[in-house]
Ligand binder design. Structure first.
Ligand SMILES: Nc1ncnc2c1ncn2[C@@H]1O[C@H](COP(=O)(O)OP(=O)(O)O)[C@@H](O)[C@H]1O
Ligand SMILES: [Mg+2]
Length: 237
């Protein structure tokens, strides 16, 4: 086992019914760094995160988290082992308050106790403290995204899976979220697997890139050396 790697996806195949979406996907996520998967709509990025989370069954291959296989385990077990998941579209409960939405994250802990205090959460996301009594549905898209991330952080995951956090939110808020992600990496040694379509944002936060096309990783590299020229044509929507 490589000490630097927190998640290793090896030859994973997954399908919805008869239609195969992931064809032998290989990828690795480094500890205390941001690894970003880019690729056009529909290539299988969200399916990859769902397969890691045990929400879609892997038909072949293996997924190791911290040196232990988690492939096809129950999602709650994967969450309790330390994998936090922020789904695409955020999934905030509109009729619950911000604080109630936040506390839903306790479901992912073994003992219903917060592993990151509310003070720590509010220090990262001051707007959530200000709006803690508002209904989730009354927050802006960017605030809902912050809440979705905070809800996952309350269980202090070792690895955070983030599916298109900047989708439909203002660039300035996106960059604020990017800075919070970098803070979590440097201050809490958080490891992040990010799915992102916005190249500028991805460059701002990522240490390592993968490019996915039609259910396969076709290229990867470290930030700074990765050739985005080719990426542009793969990612144009
Ligand atoms: N629940 C589902 N049932 C059947 N097909 C699905 C389902 N979810 C996604 N798909 C299909 O799987 C493919 C990959 O989807 P997805 O992983 O969401 O791609 P991405 O996140 O890269 O946009 C798409 O063709 C999509 O239509
Ligand atoms: Mg997606």
């Amino acid at each position: 086992m490589n000490e630097e790697i927190i998640l290793s996806v090896d030859r994973v195949k997954a399908a919805y019914g008869q239609s195969t979406i992931l064809w032998s996907v290989d990828m690795q996520v480094k500890k205390a760094a941001v690894t970003t998967v880019m690729g056009r709509n529909g290539v299988g990025k969200s399916t990859l995160l769902k397969t890691i989370m045990g929400l879609v069954k892997a038909q072949e291959g293996n997924i190791d988290f911290n040196g232990t296989s988690i492939v096809n385990q129950a999602s709650y077990k994967i969450a309790k082992a330390g994998v936090g998941y922020v789904p695409q579209g955020r999934e905030i409960i509109p009729k619950l308050t911000v604080r109630e939405n936040l506390l839903l994250g306790l479901e992912a802990t073994a003992d219903y106790k917060a592993k990151m205090t509310e003070e720590e959460i509010y220090d990262l996301f001051p707007v959530l403290q200000e709006f803690r009594k508002r209904l989730g549905g009354n927050l802006s898209g960017g605030q809902q995204q912050q809440l979705a991330i905070a809800r996952t952080l309350i269980s202090a995951p070792k690895l955070l899976l983030l599916d298109e956090p900047t989708e439909g939110i203002q660039p300035s808020i996106a960059y604020e979220i990017g800075d919070i992600i970098r803070r979590l990496v440097s201050e809490k040694n958080l490891s992040v697997l990010l799915v992102e379509q916005k190249i500028d944002f991805a460059k701002h936060v990522s240490d390592h890139f993968y490019l996915m096309d039609r259910g396969k990783m076709i290229k990867n590299g470290v930030a700074g050396l990765f050739d985005f020229g080719e990426l542009q044509e793969h990612i144009a929507v």
